[in-house]
Design a protein around this ligand. Structure first.
Ligand code: ADP
Ligand code: MG
Length: 374
């Protein structure tokens, strides 16, 4: 039933990102319906859940029926399905083109190149022989990745020596077409989360510093400490170019490598992102709220940071809640997922008025986390 006072947002995917979208939208009077293959989807806590496959047309029609906007919290959503919904008159935001590009590492890198954004050297790989040629061209160390379907470091392998080429191929080849990239000896990893409104306005949150463990994001520092103004401007310019080229509406994240005096683009995510979770408590408007404002055609809120923050992911294991909550400035998020190794089951965001206070709070948090925060 259409209800102009309480718009219905259909979200394809029902994981923790969907859950946090719901948590941000409910205060604004939004209603949510999620599509997820599992009954135990974390987003079920904040809206109606349709259990079904994201490639199932009947399920897509059921979840979007009567929706004021359709969006997604997972970039693996088949673009065909998103196009079908668009053809049937739905406001699908961001548009399926953002899915096409972000689902294919080769298309992503070609887009960066076309826009004049620096990228690591790369070459498409079709078969074993072309991998050998690509290694000749790009050299070692290099990283062999599946073009599609990789996440949290899955579907990729580093090639350090020539005699590892065949082994690397065997390791990832069954994941479909591949891409070889030069291994970047980066200074650190950065990302920039930005949002583009329906009227084209773009706003960026602070550029942040990310640390990964075994390919999985472990911590995000916001804003990135001691960030060079030139690097910051390059990052903001790059994400703006991508948003505009795609005509993207909603949040988009650009992952970057900081190198001496500049940046290289790694990948984009056409959605709210783990490196933007700190914005819930650490920014005037969170990535989740601004994503919803954008997809509904509403005005954006300020992305300004409030103080400094660090976000720590809980991977495979959750801390004792009371111990965490004793730490000043600590905000605990649990996703309602069954703990399993390498699975993101929650996060803690620490906020502080300044660097010194953040350091002392982080020491306190470290002592109560069940594993080494690094
Ligand atoms: N070309 C590269 N050079 C150096 N490190 C890389 C490179 N590609 C990936 N990595 C490391 O692996 C992590 C995951 O790779 P990424 O391409 O972002 O895939 P995904 O996040 O989809 O699993 C990166 O955040 C980075 O730490
Ligand atoms: Mg990544």
């Amino acid at each position: 039933v259409p209800d102009p006072a309480n718009p219905l947002v259909a979200v394809l995917g029902g994981g923790q990102l969907g859950r946090m979208l719901g948590l941000a939208g409910i205060p604004m009077g939004l209603r949510f319906r999620f599509l997820d293959p599992t009954e135990a989807a974390p987003a079920a806590a904040v809206g109606e859940l349709v259990v079904g496959g994201l490639g199932d047309d009947a399920a897509l029609r059921a979840v979007t029926e009567g929706a004021d906007a359709v969006t997604y919290e997972w970039e693996g959503v088949p673009a065909e399905g998103a196009r079908l919904l668009e053809r049937e008159g739905h406001a699908v935001r961001p548009s399926p083109r953002s899915l096409d590009v972000s689902q294919d590492r080769l298309a992503e890198k070609q887009l960066f190149e076309e826009l004049g954004i620096g990228v690591p050297r790369f070459a498409p790989v079709e078969d074993r022989a072309s991998l050998h040629r690509a290694v000749e061209e790009i050299g070692t160390p290099s990283v062999l990745k599946t073009r599609r379907g990789g996440y949290d470091g899955k579907g990729q392998v580093v090639i350090r020596e020539r005699d590892q080429v065949d082994g690397a191929f065997d390791e990832v080849a069954e994941g479909g077409p591949l891409i070889l990239e030069a291994f970047v000896p980066f200074v650190r990893e950065l990302s920039v989360v930005a949002v583009r409104a329906l009227d084209g306005e773009v706003r960026c949150w602070s550029v942040v510093e990310n640390h990964h463990e075994l390919g999985i994001l472990r911590t995000t520092r916001a804003p990135a400490p001691q960030l060079d103004g030139v690097v910051e401007a390059q990052a903001e310019r790059a994400v703006k170019l991508v948003l505009e080229e795609l005509g993207h509406v909603g949040v988009l994240t650009l992952e970057l490598f900081e190198i001496e005096g500049g940046i290289l683009a790694n990948e984009i995510a056409p959605r709210v992102h783990n490196s933007g979770h700190w914005t819930i408590e650490g920014a005037v408007t969170s990535q989740f709220e601004n994503h919803l404002r954008a997809v509904l055609g509403w005005p954006l809120g300020s992305c300004d940071a409030r103080g400094v923050s660090v976000m720590v992911n809980c991977i495979g294991v959750l801390p004792d809640p009371e111990s965490v909550l004793h730490v000043p400035g600590a905000h605990l998020h649990r996703y309602g997922k069954e703990p399993r190794p390498a699975r993101k089951v929650g996060h803690v965001t620490l906020t502080a008025p300044d660097e010194a206070e953040l350091r002392s709070r982080l020491d306190a948090l470290r002592s109560v986390m069940p594993d080494d925060v690094g």
